[in-house]
Every structure is written in structure tokens, then in C-alpha cells.
Design a protein around this ligand. Structure first.
Ligand code: ZN
Ligand code: ZN
Length: 409
């Protein structure tokens, strides 16, 4: 039996031993509290090793080939980043490099660093820091969104030229599944449990007001009788806050900033195509229109949903949630928590447009015959996606529950 505070509504639960393969969910808001996975660390380790091999193949071998008339161009995964950098879009180049290459690599190397010693019953140096870092990288590794970007780019270029997928594309696709599987079988508790802490800080019943749940490792900690500022979790070292500091003010500021970027992201050109001396600038909307006019409406729909609809819905939802907390609303807290969970999951898919631009500028570089450059909207759009992700992270869903009465049991 151990006590655990729900990270989304702060209800305290007594969780007994969870049988293998099943999960404990919060009885009030439905958030996943704890999942017991069989041989979690061994399986994660095996998948991570497989992932690293695929990662090397995906980066070293030809990614896509582009054939137009007699000209052929072959690119590797990092070519898009290099092209963006040469066009002066170094912010965009950095974001793409981080989200598609560096973060997934760091995740896998970190897992290897943590899991190999644990397998040998040793505690690796700086385990807390490294494992916390791996957990925090999770929303920023966006290989599956990049894959969607590849598919849209191929569709976009299919009428203009022949696209030949290289061996690296297949390795990349397999890597997405392997990495997703390795994170799915990973049971963070199995790692945190290896860190020994004094039992006295564990679960002595004290008043609810003096208990605080750690956001990273979910350990329920006791607040000292006075103060509590600058307190860190005795197990993983995360700073403890009863609620995220200045959650609502920070969320509003980020929503506002994102709303400002939303306009140039949709109005300014995102790609500039030069073909046989003619220049043509495309916005996100006109790009989607092209697909409708050429009969590829499912792709138009994907672009429209990912780039126009999702950011807008996300901003509106976060505004509503912040507003409802400020109004001290008691209306349907379970549904509002679900709404929050949805905004967290869906937002990253908007990054697709940035990746489409990356692939287009990398592939279509045939001098006077056809060249594509990134337009200014790409930078605004990238900023928009990142800011809305931060906005969702700064909102504290436990605030929704602070107004409901059954706070203690
Ligand atoms: Zn809950
Ligand atoms: Zn902790």
C-alpha cells in the first residue's frame, strides 16, 4: 500500500499492489496513476538498442530521391536542416534538428545510460538528473509528425516529379514504432523505485494540507510545518510546488503571444517556388487549395486540420480553461480535465507544416528548373506551435479541482 496524489486533480489515493499488465486510474478524473508492466526495464532496453541501430541507418543512408526530367537529386535526413540554415532560417533549422534528430537520439542514449547499469543492479551516476531529463524530452521528439510531413510533401511533389524513397525512410518509419514501443513499455516507477529514500518521508498520515505530490516521480512528500519554499523532492530532486507557480497568468501571456503569431503564420507566404524564372508564393491556405483543385482533398483536409484548426482550437480551449478557473467555475470538472488532456496530445501535430517546408526546400533545389525556398510564415508558424505547447504545459489542471468540495477523500 502506498499513497499517491493524482497529478491532474490532486486527489489522494491508496494504491495497493497493481497486478502485472494492469493499471490504476484516478477515481475522480480518470488520469493514469500507475501501470505495472511485465519485465519493463528489460524490454525497454532491448527496444532501445534496436532503435539506436535504426537511428544510424536513418541518418547515414539516402532518405529521398527527386527526379525531374534529366535531373536527379538525392538527400539524406539532415539535408533539410542544412538548406534551411543556408537560406538564413537558422531558428527553423535549429528546431527541426532538435525535434527530429537530437531529441530522439538523446532519449535513446539516456535510456541506455540508465537501463544498462540498473540491469546489472548498479545505480548509474546522476540517475535522478538523467532520468528526469529523458522524461522532459518526451513531448519534444516529433518523429511521427515528421513522417506525416514526408507523406504530405511526397503528395505535393507527385505531379511535378518522381519521388524515390531511400532505405533511410524505411529505417526512419521502423524507428518511430520502435521508439514509441520502448516508451510504451517503460514503467518510470520501476526506475524511481530503485532510488532509496528514508521511509519516514514516505507515508505517515498527516493533514492533507501538508502533503504535496511530486510532478515527476509521483512521490507524495510532506511539507515542513512552516514555509516550504525551495523544497525539492527527496527522491528525484524536482522542485515541489503545490500548484504550478503563476499558472494562469503565465498561460494567458503565452496564449496572447501565440494568438499574435497566428495571424502572420496564416497570412504570409510559407513557401516560395521559383520555376523557369517564375516566382510563386504560397500561404498555408493556398497550399491546401492546390490539393483540393487537384483532387487530393484528404491531404487538403490534413493540412487544414493540422495547421489552421488545431492551433485555433487549442488557443480557444486553453483560454476557456483559464477563464473558468478564474471565474471559480464548478461546472463539469471531469470534462474540463479531459479537454485539457486533449490539448496536450493534439498540439504537436501542427508541427507538420514546418516539416513539409523542410522537406520541400531540401528536395526541390534544381537551380533555374525548380527551386523552393521557405517563406517568413514558416518561422511564425513554428513559434506558434512551440508557444502553444508551452501554454498547455504551464496550465495546471489541478486548479480546476480546487473549487470542488470533496478535496480530502
Ligand atoms: Zn485525478
Ligand atoms: Zn519526485
Amino acid at each position: 500500500m502506498s499513497l499517491i496524489a493524482c497529478h491532474e486533480c490532486d486527489l489522494i489515493h491508496r494504491v495497493g499492489p497493481v497486478p502485472e499488465g494492469s493499471a490504476a486510474r484516478c477515481s475522480r478524473c480518470g488520469a493514469l496513476l500507475y501501470q505495472h508492466k511485465r519485465n519493463s526495464l528489460e524490454r525497454t532496453l532491448a527496444l532501445t538498442v534496436a532503435g539506436l541501430i535504426l537511428f544510424v541507418v536513418a541518418n547515414a543512408f539516402p532518405f529521398l530521391g527527386f527526379k525531374l526530367q534529366a535531373q536527379v537529386r538525392e538527400i539524406i535526413l539532415i539535408t533539410g536542416v542544412q538548406e534551411l540554415y543556408h537560406q538564413g532560417m537558422w531558428i527553423l533549422a535549429t528546431v527541426v534538428l532538435l525535434t527530429t534528430i537530437i531529441m530522439p537520439a538523446a532519449q535513446m542514449m539516456g535510456l541506455l545510460y540508465v537501463l544498462v547499469p540498473l540491469r546489472l543492479n548498479r545505480i548509474p551516476w546522476k540517475l535522478k538528473e538523467v532520468f528526469r531529463f529523458i522524461q522532459s524530452l518526451r513531448p519534444w521528439a516529433m518523429m511521427e509528425v515528421f513522417m506525416l510531413g514526408i507523406l504530405v510533401s511526397i503528395a505535393k511533389l507527385s505531379k511535378m516529379a518522381t519521388i524515390v524513397p531511400g532505405i533511410a525512410v524505411f529505417a526512419f518509419m521502423a524507428l518511430i514504432f520502435i521508439l514509441a514501443a520502448s516508451l510504451a513499455v517503460l514503467d518510470p516507477h520501476a526506475v524511481w523505485e530503485r532510488i532509496k529514500i528514508q521511509e519516514s518521508s514516505r507515508d505517515i498520515p498527516v493533514a492533507r494540507a501538508n502533503l504535496i505530490g511530486c510532478h515527476t516521480c509521483h512521490l507524495l512528500c510532506r511539507l515542513p510545518s512552516q514555509g516550504g519554499h525551495g523544497l525539492t523532492c527527496p527522491r528525484c530532486g524536482t522542485h515541489l510546488h503545490r500548484r504550478k507557480p503563476n499558472s494562469i497568468a503565465r498561460t494567458w501571456a503565452l496564449i496572447l503571444a501565440a494568438a499574435i503569431f497566428y495571424v502572420p503564420a496564416n497570412v504570409l507566404p510559407i513557401t516560395i517556388v521559383t520555376s523557369l524564372g517564375k516566382k510563386q508564393a504560397d500561404t498555408i491556405i493556398s497550399g491546401a487549395m492546390y490539393f483540393i483543385s487537384s483532387g487530393m482533398w484528404p491531404i487538403a483536409l490534413v493540412i487544414f486540420v493540422a495547421s489552421v484548426f488545431v492551433p485555433l482550437i487549442k488557443l480557444l480551449t486553453l483560454s476557456y480553461l483559464s477563464f473558468s478557473v478564474q471565474r471559480k467555475s464548478r461546472w463539469r470538472p471531469v470534462d474540463r480535465t479531459k479537454l485539457y488532456r486533449m490539448t496536450e496530445v493534439v498540439g504537436r501535430w501542427s508541427m507538420m507544416d514546418v516539416y513539409v517546408v523542410t522537406i520541400l526546400v531540401a528536395l526541390v533545389k534544381l537551380g533555374a528548373l525548380a527551386t523552393i525556398e521557405a517563406g517568413p510564415a514558416a518561422v511564425y508558424f513554428c513559434a506558434l506551435v512551440i508557444i502553444t505547447m508551452f501554454a498547455a504545459m504551464s496550465f495546471d489542471p489541478r486548479l480546476i479541482w480546487d473549487q470542488t468540495e470533496d478535496r480530502n477523500e
